[in-house]
Design a protein around this ligand. Sequence first.
Ligand code: 13P
Length: 251
Amino acid sequence: MRKPVIAGNWKMFKLLNEAVETVLALKPLVANANHCEVVIAPVFTVLKTISDRLEGSNIKLAAQDCAIQNDFGAHTGEVAPVMLKDAGCSHVIVGHSERRQFYGETDESVNWKSMAALAAELTAIVCVGEHLAERESGNAEDVVRTQLEGGLSGLTANDLERIIIAYEPVWAIGTGKTATPEQAQEMHGFIRNCIGNTHGENAAEGMRILYGGSVKPDNISTLMSQPDVDGALVGGASLEAESFAKIVNYR
Ligand code: 13P
C-alpha cells in the first residue's frame, strides 16, 4: 500500500512571522491525519525556524530546490541538500516547472539534484509536466517520459524508495484549470508504466505519484479516488491553514 502524500508548496510567499502563524494554525488541524504524510515547503530563510516550531508534530518539512551536489565550496547562492537536512528538512522539491521555465533547470540538473538529495538522506519530490502546447499537439506523454528518464537516470530501484514524483501539467498551475480526474489518472498510469520499464515492477508499484495544478478542497477527493493518484502537490490552496487542512483531510 502506498501512503498518500499531501504537500504544500508555498513558493515565494510568506515572511517569517506569517509562516510561523500559518504553521501554528495548521498543526492542530492536521494532527489526526494518519492516513497520509503531510509536507510543507516554505522558502529557505524560514526553514530552521519552522522546523523548530514543527517539533513533535506530524508535519514534515521540504525545501523548494537544492544545489546539485553536497561538497562545500565556492558555490555562491547555492544551498546543499546536507544543509537542508541540517536545517530540519526531510524532503526537497526538485525540477518544479517554474524552475525549468524561468531558472534554467534541465533534466540533467534535476538528475544531479535528485542524486545529491538522496546522498543527504532527503526524499526528493521530482516534478514533471507538459506545457499546454505540448498537450495540444499530442506530445504530453513523450515530454513526461523524457523528463522522467532524464531526471531519474542512474538511480537504482532502491534509490527510488526515496523519490516521489509530482505530475504538474504546466497549464493547470495557478490557472484554476485542474486536470480532470481522468486526465490525471491517464498520465499517472503512464508514469507508473514508464517507471516499471526503467526500474522494474516493484519500484513502479511503490512509487508515490502526486498530482499538482489548481488542487483545491473541492476537487481533492475526486482526484484522490483515482487509483494512480497518490497525493497532491498544492500551491495556492496550501497558503491558508484552513484550506490546506481541508485538502489534507480529504476523506
Ligand atoms: P497551484 O496549486 O497554485 O496551481 O500550484 C501548483 C504547484 O505549482 C505546486 O507545486
